[in-house]
Ligand binder design. Structure first.
Ligand SMILES: *Cc1c(COP(=O)(O)O)cnc(C)c1O
Length: 408
């Protein structure tokens, strides 16, 4: 019964009163339903679905996905530690990222993760050297840049020639040939990730077609792959986007993989958690500026960076039975930056003290939070039916200040 006033069966106002604001609230049922959509659409292909931890790395959320059978896509040693702490299985962890350090590679090898998604030739050499020292064989996949345009925001478009990610398409065969000569590597797969918040299926399908051309060329060179990893998931609805249909996506993948013995892997993040999260914030002031109105709230860009970073849109709903008149305003936080806004030019009825819900803030929201302006990061609550639990306590100033030393 999630509506404007409830997360599942719990009124948002109850959670705000108990834990204060800003507060992240997640619907466990929404997470489960989002994963079920992937599992059902792709059922015939029995994919390994590796939740992209960076979307939201809260330990309880990771545990929930682990219990539902997910693997995990990580991009740092810290994320690896989170997955293991949450009860995830190292055998289902894949390690992505363009800048894996020696220490990170060593640690991941010792944990016997499933695969390194390698992004460059020097990384191949580095992994081989470390694996040799540890007397191990490192399973690797090469992240290939298929050079397709995902038509998404430039900051989250990753599959173009100009991006820092992946190995250039025309260099892919040579990279595999190099990998095949390195004795402490075991080539297991191929992967790509062309971008996030994709609203169109065709680039995903085009990327897969281009990857399969490589798979065939490699087979002719006696390099046989076990898996193909198509990277992140589809986009979600923040406003009125047309998002790709997973059944259609799965049908296209199934058709292209037919007759091949390739295990499918997927790395969705946003689409598993994005719409399951809501950021609760309280209106501090209504301010009538010279040219604009401002709804000043107690959440800010340090809690939710997406509007500032990507000009992202998040719907905002007033969860109080407000008596206020509608106005057109920017919804802004207390941080001393003009870039500190959560919404621009919204028509909203709000007065000081009202509780606002910033919708679709499950992904790339709390995981991107910072302490800018010495603000404590928000608490997080997980709702399941009529139950709810605090899954991250609000940071306090001792947490913030204790790593620092006054040495003068
Ligand atoms: C961020 C990322 C993902 C997750 O992308 P979503 O759009 O959130 O599904 C998957 N794989 C890699 C390599 C990523 O960097």
């Amino acid at each position: 019964m999630t509506d404007s006033f409830h997360c599942e069966q719990i009124p948002y106002s109850v959670l705000a009163a108990e834990y204060g604001t800003p507060l992240y609230v997640y619907s466990q049922q929404a997470m489960t339903a989002a994963l079920n959509q992937y599992q059902q659409a792709f059922a015939a292909l029995q994919p390994l679905i590796c939740y992209a931890v960076k979307a939201n790395s809260n330990l309880s959320i990771l545990r929930h996905f682990a219990r539902l059978g997910c693997g995990f896509d990580i991009v740092s040693r810290g994320e690896l530690q989170r997955v293991l702490t949450a009860g995830g299985d190292a055998k289902n962890i894949i390690f992505s990222g363009v800048g894996k350090s020696c220490a990170e590679i060593e640690w991941a090898l010792k944990q016997n993760i499933r695969c390194f998604n390698v992004e460059s030739l020097p990384e191949l050499e580095r992994i081989n050297t470390i694996a040799a020292r540890l007397d191990k064989i490192a399973p690797i996949s090469l992240r290939i840049n298929p050079d397709v345009n995902a038509h998404t925001h430039p900051y989250i478009s990753t599959g173009l020639k100009a991006n820092k990610f992946g190995i250039a398409y025309q260099d892919a065969i040579a990279a595999y040939q190099l990998a095949a000569t390195l004795p402490h590597l075991q080539i297991t797969g191929i992967d790509c990730h062309i971008g996030s918040q994709l609203t169109d299926l065709s680039p995903l399908v085009e990327a897969l077609e281009r990857m399969l051309l490589l798979v065939d060329k490699l087979a002719a060179l006696n390099i046989h792959l076990e898996h193909i990893d198509l990277g992140g998931g589809v986009g979600i609805v923040y406003q009125n986007e047309n998002v790709p249909d997973l059944v259609t996506y799965a049908a296209a993948v199934k058709r292209l993989l037919a007759g091949r013995h390739l295990q499918l892997m997927l790395e969705p993040g946003r689409s598993l958690i994005g719409n399951a999260g809501t950021l609760l914030t309280t209106v501090e002031y209504i301010k009538h500026g010279e040219e604009k109105n401002f709804v000043v709230v107690d959440a800010a860009m340090n809690d939710l960076m997406r509007p500032s970073l990507y000009q992202a849109y998040h719907a905002i709903v007033n969860a109080s039975q407000t008596s206020a008149d509608e106005l057109t305003a920017d919804v802004v936080g207390p941080i001393c930056e003009s870039g500190d806004f959560l919404a621009k030019d919204r028509t909203i009825a709000a007065k000081a003290g009202d509780l606002l819900l910033i919708k679709s803030t499950g992904a790339y929201a709390s995981s991107m939070a910072s302490n800018y302006n010495t603000r404590c990061r928000a608490a997080e609550v997980l709702v399941n039916g009529a139950e709810y639990k605090l899954i991250r306590q609000r940071e306090n100033l001792t947490d913030l200040l204790s790593p620092e030393k006054v040495c003068l």
